[in-house]
Design a protein around this ligand. Structure first.
Ligand SMILES: CC(C)(COP(=O)(O)OP(=O)(O)OC[C@H]1O[C@@H](n2cnc3c(N)ncnc32)[C@H](O)[C@@H]1OP(=O)(O)O)[C@@H](O)C(=O)NCCC(=O)NCCS
Length: 162
């Protein structure tokens, strides 16, 4: 693994999908578990591309299904690494949907996922730094720091209750 910093844009991911009859729930729109799998896949690929290592999914925060995506909806799943900590990094994933033949976009889902870079023995290893360049990337970098503090505080309060 090289230690040289890389930009956020260098590891951004955009995947396209279409909601098919086999992907839906009893309401006729995409099954949440299927969407979560796509979200984790996109975030994991971005984390893998940034780190240049294997990664594992550690935790998922703020996953919100904002609107249903009926059969035939075209999905664009965008993921990027918001911030690198030491061995962990936060990826942000956003899913936009639109009906075939329409230009109207709908926010379907968004989530923040923490991935950890691991070696062959599945032990955590440091991740090279990431450089946010645009104003949006800088804002996400700052917000990711606040989310990490909140996440770790929640984890330690839950552990104290055990
Ligand atoms: C991910 C894993 C390797 C971490 O191992 P560990 O011994 O807990 O590692 P550490 O305690 O050193 O923590 C590693 C990093 O995660 C962070 N972390 C630990 N618990 C966390 C939590 N609940 N939320 C967010 N970050 C957390 C630590 O702060 C550390 O980050 P940093 O190095 O950037 O500061 C281990 O928990 C694991 O193998 N989990 C299973 C992963 C898996 O199977 N995922 C599903 C399929 S991919």
């Amino acid at each position: 693994m090289g230690e040289k910093a890389r930009t956020v844009s260098a590891s951004c991911v955009e995947m396209a999908e279409i909601v098919q009859p086999m992907d839906i729930n009893i309401h006729g729109s995409i099954f949440g578990g299927h969407l979560m799998s796509l979200v984790d896949k996109a975030g994991g690929i971005a984390a893998c591309r940034h780190s240049g290592t294997s990664v594992v999914t550690l935790s998922v925060d703020h996953l919100a299904f904002k609107n249903p995506a009926p059969v035939g909806t075209i999905l664009s799943i965008k993921a990027s690494v918001n911030r690198v900590f030491r061995t962990s990094m936060e990826a942000g994933v956003r899913v936009i949907g639109w009906k075939a033949g329409s230009d109207e976009e709908t926010l379907i889902c968004r989530a923040y996922i923490t991935y950890v870079a691991v070696d062959e023995a599945k032990k955590p290893i440091p991740v090279r730094p990431i450089v946010p360049e645009t104003s949006d990337q800088i804002r996400r970098w700052e917000e990711a720091g606040r989310r990490r503090e909140a996440r770790l505080a929640l984890v330690s309060s839950l552990e104290e209750r055990r």
